[in-house]
Ligand binder design. Structure first.
Ligand SMILES: *[C@@H]1O[C@H](CO)[C@@H](O)[C@H](O)[C@H]1NC(C)=O
Ligand SMILES: *[C@@H]1O[C@H](CO)[C@@H](O)[C@H](O)[C@H]1NC(C)=O
Length: 215
């Protein structure tokens, strides 16, 4: 019995060597490292402010303020990421408040470096993601539901209720979950019209019309 446990442990140890288990961010090497955002340096994290100068307020952040939904999409996020919440530095996660006006959409985007949990606090959201082989996973989430979005996959949330909606999202990278909006990456970045016309099987005049929405 003992031998078999040892063998199992050895196999787990071997597996850990062969298949290292990576979280989205590297593990910290100290209890905390409150970011000093003034130093303009990032080497897998911001430099730490003086360890003894940290206070409880470095570790508290408020999500009480709604994100401003007066924009073309009718939705936005209020981010608790290292740049706004320096106590997160090196700890490996971030938190965002998502607010949606009626019909509001957080448009398709990816976080190249993080998986995400979305918890619906108020309202109903049609939300989901698409895999690399174009499989669609989507449904209407109601108050209390949590959706997990695997790292880097394209995803969105649309308010399909008749009241404003609110959600809390956490991401397993505080440093740089990254966020790339698909539509603006394509039509707002200056890619040549002929590339986009061929990619989307569109006339170049329609490409220019789409581009004008993102200029
Ligand atoms: C950080 O960058 C800003 C903007 O470029 C600059 O004004 C500031 O002096 C820099 N701070 C340090 C400590 O280098
Ligand atoms: C929300 O954004 C709109 C459009 O940019 C702006 O006019 C308005 O003042 C903002 N509201 C608040 C509360 O910041």
């Amino acid at each position: 019995m003992a031998t078999s446990i040892l063998v199992q442990l050895a196999m787990v140890a071997l597996a850990a060597v062969i298949l290292p288990c990576h979280s989205a961010d590297p593990d910290p090497l100290q209890d905390y490292c409150v970011a000093d955002l003034t130093l303009n340096l990032t080497i897998n994290g911001y430099p730490c402010k003086d360890y003894y100068a940290a206070t409880i307020d470095d570790f508290v952040f408020s999500l009480a303020t709604p994100a401003n939904t007066s924009n073309a999409y009718g939705a936005d996020s209020f981010p608790g990421i290292v740049q706004t919440f320096p106590g997160l530095n090196t700890l490996g996660f971030a938190i965002l408040r998502l607010d949606f006006a009626v019909g509001g959409l957080i448009p398709p985007h990816t976080h190249p470096l993080a998986s995400e949990l979305v918890y619906v606090e108020e309202g109903s959201l049609y939300a989901g993601f698409v895999t690399q082989d174009n499989r669609l996973f989507a449904k209407i989430l109601n108050k209390g539901d949590v959706l997990v979005i695997p790292r880097a996959l394209i995803h969105w949330q649309l308010n399909v209720g008749d009241t404003p909606a609110k959600a809390i999202a956490t991401l397993n990278s505080q440093q740089n979950p990254g966020a790339q909006l698909i539509a603006s990456s394509m039509f707002g970045s200056g890619i040549r019209d002929d590339v986009l016309a061929k990619t989307f099987f569109l006339d170049e005049s329609i490409v220019r019309q789409l581009k004008s929405q993102f200029s």
